[in-house]
Design a protein around this ligand. Sequence first.
Ligand code: PLP
Length: 445
Amino acid sequence: MTAREPSHLFYQSRLRRPLVDRAEGVYIWDVDGKRYLDGSSGAMVANIGHSNARVLETMRRQMEKATFAYRLHFENEPAERLAAKTASLMPEGIDRVFFVSGGSEAVESAIKLARQYAVATGQDSRWKVISRMPSYHGSTLGALAVTGYDPLTAPFLPMMREMPKIAAPRAYLDRDNLSPHERGLKYADLLRDKILEEGAETVLAFIMEPVGGASTGALVAPDSYYGRIREICDEFGILLIYDEVMTGAGRTGRFLAAEHWGITPDLIALSKGFAAGYAPLGAMVAHNRLVEPVLDAGGFQHGYTYAGNPLACAAGLAVLEEIEREDLCGNAERMGSALKERLELLMKRFPFIGDVRGKGLLLAFELVSDRETMTPLPAAQNAYLKLVDEAYSRGLIIYSRRTRGGREGDHFMVCPPLIVTREHLDEIVDKLTDSLAALAASLGL
Ligand code: PLP
């Protein structure tokens, strides 16, 4: 079968890509033998690289024992051990783990636990979950309600309860005289204003990606933002949910991005790098003080059939062990700062790169028609698709989005697996440089 034959499959669009043959380390080969450097770890998933022998061996051993045992009929050891390992990597007190099969489910679960906690503790009036524009928290209707990305949410507005939004801290666009510290506080105080506008007694939680994902292109807030958000949530008794689906499992150079700012959220959503593509797996991790009242009040009215299955959990545990054994958080920090410097150097050669940002190996750059004013490229130029295709033809995979929600713009995620070496960085930057030159020639930039 080739990718060009008609298919019964469908996804988001008519886009068809080559058939994958095999994957190893940072590379993927298609059936024609062409090799691609996975410069975005798929969708920022394959953190430990592809086909890791130790993880495969663990999975093989688990498969020979039991692939599935329903959680209402049996406990299983991989789930117990993965929960304990996960809890050991969380901030103090965040030690109750609820397994799911992906990021949307993890976010959905966090919102539902928060709500059931409020009900169980006599705070029934609290139901609104404030989030940011732009942001991405998943595809299920609950996760979508807190997502700030118009093209994804607009068709479903009549079906879901849209949640209040505040502007994401896109401080890099601001042309004012504020210091980074003041800017961070200014953006965080938008939350305070929104809580007062909505009525604090109606607000349940605030959800944020500590470093933005594809919706904002690796947006990092000024340092002062993070602590101030925590203070505001505490002031009004509002739960703080960190969506670490993309940032978790070492991607930003710490196991959790929250560690960079010493923040302890109340709930954390994990997926993607948590099982690094070896199994569909995610987790919602909560403070024990939220879980106990819900269990006492009759139980958490929520769950998924595949949750906590032994095969996925065995894979997840092997992945976390690999992250520790190979110090992949440390490598993400070291290789991330080297790659960021190289991307910043590209700004000298290509004036249409407006900004380079991110943390660890969650990096992005944004294209603009004028760096001074940060004017986006015209949408009709479709730069976000064209540059990806240029890179693809050269055997490099990067991830792009045209942001909508507050402001439009083309940005590109450069997020290779956390196992990358300096030689891999050379290959990424060389191929990216050629791709940007080709884009400049074709769009007359
Ligand atoms: N939250 C964030 C921050 C994400 O980046 C994503 C996926 O990109 C999700 C949630 C949803 O995860 P999934 O696609 O596994 O449902």
